[in-house]
Design a protein around this ligand. Structure first.
Ligand SMILES: Cc1cc2nc3c(=O)[nH]c(=O)nc-3n(C[C@H](O)[C@H](O)[C@H](O)COP(=O)(O)O)c2cc1C
Length: 345
């Protein structure tokens, strides 16, 4: 299926793997790219040294276009993006920060840059900065979607900008892809759907949670990682949303993630404090620590923070990434045909 999105990135189908921390890892990235979509690696939990090997690993698994996602709010993000630029990653996707420098550097070698936005103001800014495309994320999304629903936000931003739009938040199949195209988008990005696939390395018990969840089993709060975000409504998320966090717990979590990110403790604290208050910094440290357990939650899934979209309520299987991409496209083509017959004269 060809759209402006496929033309821009040189891919077969207008479907992107959302950059998900601890989920969008090389195997899933390559599986989506090999299926004709756009695989997107999430670099939140990596050090700049690891990035070089990861990019090599992705290139060994696929010869198709892929991207590197950087969440600019995080301590290693700028350094990780610099490695991706040095390695001439075909596509970069940034979120939660200003990416003008990154766009300029990627354009110098012909790389393309996608900016993830959830407000009109950020969409306008990203287009002015020279972004090649936008991921526009609505309220239904796992983690940090916008305040308006996708149904409102996507046509709103599509009418404002000239660059291609990739709709995110609430998409899991061909009905969603057809709807996104109707709303003015040029393709879709899916998170929850690709987390629940055979190639996804999240623990089986987490996949079980995703399969069982109804559309009402998620909650949104700005008290979980410090930004408004949607998570599975379990004990850990409810408690975090209700109360203040203990600074002792925050320091313990920051100490723990310091090892994962290989960042000096003081740098972690300073980078958080520069942008946010102590409570938000504490929440961020705790949430990364809890998120890290997605691949090994032990026997207590209730202690994990699981970003989960409302669309989990519509997902009942664990297919391969290739099946997701192909079935989404063929269903969308079918829906578009059926729609033409739905309108009576
Ligand atoms: C387990 C998981 C982890 C995620 N981690 C991140 C992240 O680190 N950075 C980010 O920008 N979005 C993250 N997201 C959000 C996705 O990138 C995407 O915006 C969202 O999943 C789209 O909504 P959907 O789940 O309805 O498809 C995550 C989503 C999930 C399910």
């Amino acid at each position: 299926m060809k759209t402006r999105m496929t033309e821009l990135f040189g891919i077969k189908h207008p479907i992107m793997l959302a950059g998900m921390a601890f989920v969008s890892l090389p195997e899933v990235v390559a599986a989506v790219s090999n299926a004709g979509g756009l695989g997107m690696f999430n670099s939140v939990a990596n050090t700049p040294d690891q990035m070089r090997d990861i990019i090599k690993q992705i290139k060994s698994l696929t010869d198709k276009p892929f991207g590197i996602n950087v969440t600019l709010l995080f301590p290693n993000a700028k350094e990780n993006a610099e490695v991706a630029l040095e390695e001439k990653a075909p596509i970069l996707n940034y979120a939660l920060g200003k990416g003008d420098w990154l766009i300029k550097a990627a354009h110098e070698y012909g790389g393309k840059v996608i900016s993830t936005v959830a407000t009109e103001r950020h969409a306008h800014r990203a287009e002015l900065d020279g972004a090649d495309a936008l991921v526009v994320t609505g309220l239904e999304a796992a983690a940090h979607g916008g305040e308006p629903t996708s149904l409102v936000l996507i046509p709103l931003i599509a009418s404002m900008v000239d660059i291609p739009i990739i709709a995110a938040g609430g998409f899991c199949d061909g009905k969603g892809l057809a709807a996104a195209l109707a709303l003015g988008a040029d393709g879709i990005s899916m998170g929850t759907r690709f987390m629940l696939t055979q190639e996804s390395v999240v623990h089986e018990s987490i996949k079980e949670v995703g399969l069982r969840a109804t559309a009402e089993d998620t909650m949104r709060s700005d008290k979980i990682d410090g930004l408004p975000g949607r998570f599975w409504m379990n004990k850990a998320a409810i408690e975090m949303a209700q109360g203040k966090v203990s600074i002792a717990k925050a320091i313990a979590s920051a100490w723990q993630i310091r090892k994962t990110l290989d960042v000096p403790f003081y740098k972690l604290l300073l980078s958080g404090l520069r942008q946010r208050g102590v409570q938000d910094l504490a929440r961020q440290a705790i949430s990364v620590d809890f998120l890290e357990r997605l691949n090994d939650p032990g026997d207590d899934v209730n202690s994990v923070f699981l970003p989960l979209g409302q669309v989990a309520g519509r997902i009942n299987d664990i297919p391969s990434c290739q099946d997701v991409v192909e079935e989404t496209v063929s269903e969308a083509e079918q829906v578009i045909k059926v729609m033409q017959g739905k309108v009576t004269a």
